[in-house]
Design a binder for this molecule. Structure first.
Ligand SMILES: Cc1cc2nc3c(=O)[nH]c(=O)nc-3n(C[C@H](O)[C@H](O)[C@H](O)COP(=O)(O)O)c2cc1C
Length: 231
């Protein structure tokens, strides 16, 4: 590309002012509680498609990062679970280095959540239950796709898929080397965009340090503190 495309003039126009996100507005100073509140608010927005899409960053053993979107499938106080192919590039990265970061962005709400933590595979049984709960076409798709590998053509993929369909008939789709990862978070940050551009950032992190209640505050969750960060 020889010409520079100028996109610096693009400015997001806020259709409605955002509420100031103040520490005192949190009914419980607990990152999982707040995540649930924000996620529920995102779920009911009709202008928000796939609110569970998150950009997952991994880093390989040589220190090179790579990022891609995955869908968040469950969350609770243990952490955040997504599913993927265990032979994929991201799986290889996570085998070499379990440290990951994930970011969600909800444009209509001008909100973003950043998660940092480390991954472990969930149990084979749990992965199987989820795999078989997916639409049959998705199960077959996962079985047919050697995710992240170079393949000769689109037809190659279609042929594998129709071969599998023929072979299986109405039978159950066997789970490929595929399953869930649980991100156990050590930090969760909540970002609220503001019209005046002085955005709000509240970061919760796991820490045993004593909260000074000036910069570092005790969360309502054992072993966690929170702090406000400059935007
Ligand atoms: C919105 C969105 C959601 C996606 N969800 C998943 C997912 O849940 N699991 C997955 O393996 N790939 C998902 N993908 C595809 C990945 O982004 C990626 O192409 C694939 O996992 C291969 O990544 P890798 O080669 O870095 O391992 C999604 C893509 C998009 C755009």
């Amino acid at each position: 590309m020889s010409t520079t495309v100028e996109i610096s003039a693009i400015r997001a126009k806020y259709r409605e002012p955002q509420d100031i996100f103040h520490e005192n507005s949190m009914t419980k100073k607990d990152p999982f509680h707040l995540f649930t509140k924000w996620f529920d608010e995102a779920l009911v927005r009709e202008d928000l498609v796939e609110p569970n899409a998150m950009c997952l960053a991994t880093v390989n053993k040589d220190g090179y990062p790579s990022a891609r979107f995955v869908l968040l499938k469950t969350y609770d106080e243990r952490g955040f679970t997504f599913f993927t192919n265990y032979d994929s590039r991201k799986a290889k990265d996570m085998e070499e280095n379990p440290n990951v970061a994930a970011t969600i962005y909800w444009l209509p709400l001008k909100r973003s959540i950043r998660i940092e933590g480390s991954v472990t595979k969930i149990s084979k049984e749990e992965s199987e239950v989820y795999f078989h709960s997916r639409p049959r076409a998705s199960q077959i798709g996962a079985l047919a796709s050697p995710q992240s590998k170079a393949i000769p053509s689109r037809e190659y993929l279609d042929e594998i898929e129709s071969g599998i369909k023929k072979e299986l008939g109405d039978g159950q789709v066997p789970i490929p080397n595929w399953g869930g990862y649980l991100i156990t978070p050590r930090a969760i940050e909540f970002w609220q965009g503001q019209t005046n551009r002085l955005h709000d950032r509240i970061r919760f992190r796991k820490s045993d340090e004593k909260a000074d209640e000036k910069l570092v505050h005790q969360a309502d969750l054992e072993g966690w503190v929170y702090e406000r960060l400059a935007p």
